[in-house]
Each structure stands twice: as structure tokens, then as C-alpha cells.
Design a protein around this ligand. Structure first.
Ligand code: NAD
Ligand code: UGA
Length: 433
């Protein structure tokens, strides 16, 4: 099939490269000229494991191309995915201006039937708006369908998730749209949930909100564990083995981040408010997440005593490992707050430092974890990159001013850290002395 993808970010680029790898002809569009220039030269604008190889292979085999022109894609492709960003406004509402602009441009370039698919995460009833916008701008007698096909991939494992999803959700209003999307997803072995557009839109917001709720829940439990010396990992195992609860997404930490959970929670709460439903539970989920970052800061403060002029080393800035994405990363909030208290922060992240420089300009950037440790009075872990799991802590201890590790991702064994001579503070696990 001939597929157009508008918006070539984490989702659009992955979607484009994966559909191409399944044998489709894909044209990826972005209005960021620099991004398109880079992609045409084979350079990736983002870090996502495996993406560069997949893009290069499919470009070479003439199944994937890049352009800044929506017209090009609309003229050549029957199915057009909208995967532009839907950032939060100050009041939590999703900013859908890019979705509207793109819908207008698609409509103006349509000369025969097109299926326009919402891939971006959008509030319920956006489909109605997209349809109205296209109707208002399309030439008379040109037929079209709008559909919703929310994306559930995670950054860091985007390609695997795209090609091996737990389910594919298709929200449609016509048999023709259903047939096209079923055909497109035929090579992907997953249950297909076919529904109306509104239900598909709600499935996406509800999924992310439910997952975020699990994390805030275990984070709250971790604080109880801290109070009484219980072990949150054991509690998570004990509850997670109940299949009705499930063991995933019960890892406590210094709060969740990323361009998805925080903004989608806010957008879901906002649209529900508009519809007259007070999502009290989700407000609490978001609030607990903010509290969790402050709780972690308090752990640092309690253990360092006075913060002013203390040197603290931070390992990890990205909102999760295997990505360079720092959007709503807990590390950004935590570092900014520490710096506001006069702490001198030296940080290292394997992929996210370039992005971090635009928001953390008082931070010193290190060349590796050992450089971070040099002279530090505390080593703070904020992203669980695999390479941080295998550090030489004997060497680290020699480099630090004080052997104190405060772990916001629970990646080390408390016993091992004690044996290595560290004071080791983690989340919801008893300190071992
Ligand atoms: P992103 O910011 O990485 O990419 C969006 C791209 O759209 C950018 O390259 C931007 O230049 C382009 N764009 C914006 N306006 C445009 C326009 N008018 N014309 C052409 N291109 C335009 O965002 P993302 O992380 O890929 O997210 C996209 C959507 O997918 C969001 O709604 C997000 O919530 C959703 N989503 C994201 C993920 C994820 O893991 N990042 C997963 C599932 C769903
Ligand atoms: C999340 C969802 O997992 C995807 O299904 C969804 O498609 C995507 O949002 C989206 O809608 O954009 P992503 O944000 O890439 O994916 O990453 P996750 O692995 O879900 O992690 C999100 C945040 O939660 C990270 O900060 C992570 O550290 C935190 N987290 C995750 C925890 O603190 N504990 C956990 O047990 C799991």
C-alpha cells in the first residue's frame, strides 16, 4: 500500500520505517526542514535503538522517502496518518493546532478517496473535528474517511513494540476504512480491536492513565515501605503475581515522565472536565507523581544536610533509558530544584546531554559516570541505563568525596552496596547497615 505519514517524530518515523519494512511504500512528511534534510542524508534526528538501520535499509530499497510537502504525500498515498505532536497547553488541554493545520492541508490536496488516520494521541471527539475540517476544505465530491489508530509503542523499544503490539486498535466509521486498515496490519500478529472513533480515542487516554496510575500507586506504597522498613520490590512481586493486577509497571522511582503520561493524564482530566466528569482519581495520580519527585529531593536533602555549594553527581537525564528524550523527565525537575538550592550538579547521560543543554544551562556535563563521581558528595541515579548497572564501584568510591549513592531507580542491590562501603539510599527498600 502507499502510506503517507505526516509528522516524522518518535512515532511518525517509527511508524513510517516499520510500515515500509512490511513492504509498503511510505512517504514521511515533516514541516521541520532541518529534520527532513537530515533524514534524507541518512542522519537520525532522534535516538531510538535500531531505527537508523531500519530507515537506511528501507530508503535504500526505495520503500521510504522524506519530504516537507504534504501535497506530495497526499497525491501519491491512499492512507494518510497524522502523527504530529499534541503538546499540553498551560491548562492541561491538548494543543491540537498542528492536527488542524495538517487536516486542512491534506484536504486541500485531495483529488480522490483518502483515508485519514489519527495516530497522534488526541482527546475524544477530535475525530469529529478532523472530519469537519476536511469537509470544509476538500473539493466537492471527493470522498474520504477519518479513522483513529492510536499508537502504544514505548520509546526505547519503539520498533519492537510497533511490530509486536499487544493489540491494534482501529476506530472506524466505514467498512472501506476498516478493510484498508485491516489489510495494512495483516502482517502484524496481534488481536485487532475494531470500534467507533470515539471509543478508540478513549482507549488511548484510558490506557496511558491506567499505566500512570499503577506507577503512582506503587510509588505511594514505596513511601509506606520507607516509613516501616519494608521492601517495595517484594510488595510489587506479591501483588503483581495476581494476574488481575499484573506485574508490569510496578517499578517505583523518582516519578514518571516523558511526553506521554504527564501530558495525556492532563489532557484526559481536561476533556473529562469539559464533559462534566471529574476525574478525581487521575488528579491524585498526577499529584502523587509531583509529590514523588519532591519526596526524592527530600531524600537527597536529608542525606546531604546543607545543600548550598555541595557537589552532586547525577547519572541519567533522559526520562527513561534507551532514549534521548528529556520531555517532562523527572531528572530535569530534580536537577533544576537542586541547582536552585545552590547545589553544583555534574551530570552524565549516554544520549540525552545534547537535548538537556537547552534547559539545564547551569549544569556541568561529564564525559562518563566516573567523571561524574569525581569529587561528588552524592551520586544520584535518575535513569536506569544498562551501562550504569555495571559500574566499577570500587573505582567510583575512590573518586567520590563521600561514598553516598541515592538511587531513584532502585538498580543496585542494597547488600552489595553496603559491602562495597557505600551509604546506599533507594526507594521503598530498607537501608542495610
Ligand atoms: P514528536 O515531537 O517527536 O514528533 C512530531 C513531529 O511532527 C515533529 O517532527 C514535528 O516537526 C512534526 N510536525 C508538527 N507540526 C507539523 C505540521 N504542521 N506538518 C508536518 N509536520 C509537523 O512527537 P512524538 O513523540 O512522535 O508524538 C507524536 C504524537 O504521538 C503525540 O500525539 C504523542 O502523544 C503520540 N504518541 C507518542 C508516543 C511516544 O512514545 N513518543 C507513543 C504513542 C503516541
Ligand atoms: C508510554 C506507554 O508505555 C506507551 O504504551 C505509550 O504508547 C506511550 O507512553 C505514549 O502514549 O506516548 P513511554 O512514555 O515511551 O511509553 O515509556 P514508558 O516505558 O511507559 O515509561 C514512562 C515513564 O514511566 C518513564 O519515566 C518510566 O521511568 C516510568 N515508569 C515506567 C516507572 O516509573 N515505573 C514503571 O514501572 C514503568
Amino acid at each position: 500500500m502507499k502510506i503517507g505519514i505526516i509528522g516524522t517524530g518518535y512515532v511518525g518515523l517509527t511508524t513510517g520505517a516499520c510500515f515500509a519494512s512490511l513492504g509498503n511504500d511510505v512517504i514521511c512528511v515533516d514541516n521541520n526542514e532541518e529534520k527532513v534534510r537530515m533524514l534524507k542524508k541518512g542522519h537520525m534526528p532522534i535516538y531510538e535503538p535500531g531505527l537508523e538501520e531500519l530507515v537506511k535499509t528501507n530508503v535504500k530499497e526505495n520503500r521510504l522517502s522524506f519530504t516537507t510537502s504534504i501535497g506530495d504525500a497526499v497525491k501519491k498515498c491512499e492512507v494518510i496518518f497524522i502523527s504530529v505532536n499534541t503538546p499540553p497547553k498551560e491548562n492541561g488541554d491538548a494543543d491540537l493546532s498542528a492536527v488542524e493545520n495538517v487536516s486542512e492541508s491534506i484536504a486541500r490536496n485531495m483529488t480522490s478517496y483518502r483515508l485519514i488516520v489519527e495516530k497522534s494521541t488526541v482527546p475524544v471527539e477530535t475525530g469529529v473535528r478532523v472530519k469537519q475540517t476536511i469537509k470544509a476544505n476538500v473539493k466537492k465530491n471527493v470522498e474520504f474517511d477519518v479513522a483513529s489508530n492510536p499508537e502504544f509503542l514505548r520509546e526505547g523499544s519503539a520498533i519492537y513494540d510497533f511490530l509486536n503490539p499487544d493489540r491494534v486498535v482501529i476506530g472506524v466509521e466505514s467498512k472501506r476504512a476498516e478493510k484498508l486498515l485491516r489489510e495494512l496490519y495483516k502482517p502484524v500478529s496481534a488481536p485487532i480491536v475494531v470500534t467507533d472513533i470515539r471509543s478508540a480515542e478513549i482507549i488511548k487516554h484510558a490506557s496511558n492513565s491506567f499505566l500512570a496510575s499503577k506507577i503512582s500507586f506503587i510509588n505511594l506504597i514505596s513511601r509506606i515501605c520507607d516509613k516501616v522498613g519494608a521492601d517495595v520490590n517484594k510488595v510489587a512481586e506479591g501483588i503483581g503475581l495476581d494476574r488481575r493486577i499484573g506485574k508490569d509497571f510496578l517499578r517505583p522511582g523518582a516519578g514518571f515522565g516523558g511526553f506521554c503520561f504527564p501530558k495525556d493524564l492532563a489532557a484526559f482530566i481536561h476533556i473529562a472536565d469539559k464533559l462534566g466528569v471529574d476525574m478525581k482519581m487521575l488528579r491524585a495520580v498526577a499529584e502523587a507523581n509531583e509529590d514523588q519527585k519532591d519526596y526524592f529531593l527530600k531524600l537527597i536533602e536529608d542525606n546531604l544536610w546543607n545543600l548550598k555549594n555541595k557537589q552532586v553527581g547525577v547519572l541519567g537525564i533522559a526520562f527513561k533509558p534507551d532514549t534521548d528524550d528529556i520531555r517532562f523527565a523527572p531528572a530535569i525537575d530534580i536537577i533544576l530544584k537542586l541547582e536552585r538550592e545552590g547545589v553544583k550538579v555534574k551530570a552524565f547521560d549516554p544520549q540525552a546531554m545534547q537535548n538537556a543543554k537547552s534547559v539545564l544551562n547551569g549544569t556541568v556535563y561529564a564525559k562518563d559516570a566516573y567523571d561524574v563521581a569525581k569529587g561528588a558528595e552524592a551520586l544520584v541515579i535518575l535513569t536506569e541505563w544498562n551501562e550504569f548497572r555495571q559500574l566499577d564501584f570500587k573505582r567510583i568510591k575512590k573518586l567520590m568525596k563521600r561514598p553516598l549513592v541515592i538511587d531513584g531507580r532502585n538498580i543496585y542491590s542494597p547488600e552489595k552496596m553496603r559491602d562495597l562501603g557505600f551509604q546506599y539510599i533507594s526507594i521503598g527498600r530498607p537501608a542495610i547497615s
